[in-house]
Design a protein around this ligand. Structure first.
Ligand code: HEC
Length: 151
C-alpha cells in the first residue's frame, strides 16, 4: 500500500495537470476565407484600406486626416455580441438607402461610387451589389473573436 505522502503527491500532480490543461477553445465564429472573400479582399484593399487600414483596424494612412475616426472593422462582431450582421453591413456600406434622418455620414456612399466606377452595361447594378457582398464576405473573415477590451 502506498504511503499517505505518496498519494498526496499524486493528488497534487493530478490537480496541477487539471489546472494547467487548456480550456476548450471557443467555437470558431470566423468563416475560412473562400474564393469570394478573396475577391472581396482585393476590393477592400483598393477601396477601403486607405481609411480602415490594411488589416481593417481603422488605422489607414488617411485616418488621421478624418474628424470621425474610421471604425475598427475587425471588431464588428465583438461590438454586437458575436453576431456578424451581413445584410445590415451591405446596406450600410452601399449607403444609397440610408435615410437622411440618420444624420451626417463620414463614410463614403459606396453604392454610388462603385456604380460610377463600373462602366455602364449589363448587370451594372448587380455588379455593384456583388462587389459590396464579397467585401462583406471578406470582412467576416477578419473578425476578432475575443471580448471587447474593457468588457
Ligand atoms: C474616406 C475614408 C473611408 C473609406 C475609404 C471607407 N470608410 Fe468605412 N468608415 C469611415 C468612417 C469615418 C466610419 C465611421 C462611421 C461614420 O461614417 O461616421 C466608417 C465606418 C464603416 C463601417 C461601420 C462599422 C460599424 O461597426 O458600424 C463599415 C462596415 C465600413 N466603414 C466599411 C467600409 C468599407 C467596406 C469600405 C470600402 C468599400 C470603407 N468602409 C471605406 C471612413 C471610410
Amino acid at each position: 500500500m502506498r504511503s499517505c505522502r505518496e498519494l498526496g503527491a499524486v493528488f497534487v500532480a493530478a490537480w496541477a495537470l487539471a489546472c494547467a490543461a487548456p480550456t476548450a477553445p471557443p467555437p470558431p465564429t470566423r468563416p475560412a476565407p473562400g474564393p469570394l472573400a478573396e475577391i472581396g479582399a482585393g476590393l477592400y484593399q483598393q477601396h477601403c484600406a486607405s481609411c480602415h487600414g490594411m488589416d481593417g483596424r481603422g488605422d489607414g494612412p488617411v485616418a488621421t486626416a478624418l474628424v470621425v475616426p474610421p471604425s475598427d472593422l475587425t471588431m464588428i462582431s465583438a461590438r454586437r455580441g458575436g453576431e456578424f450582421p451581413a445584410g445590415e453591413l451591405r446596406t450600410w456600406i452601399d449607403g444609397r438607402l440610408a435615410p437622411a434622418a440618420h444624420g451626417s455620414r463620414d463614410m463614403p456612399v459606396w453604392g454610388s461610387r462603385l456604380h460610377a466606377d463600373l462602366a455602364s452595361g449589363e448587370f451594372r447594378e448587380e455588379r455593384v451589389r456583388g462587389s459590396i457582398a464579397v467585401i462583406v464576405d471578406f470582412l467576416a473573415t477578419i473578425q476578432q473573436t475575443g471580448e471587447l477590451p474593457g468588457s
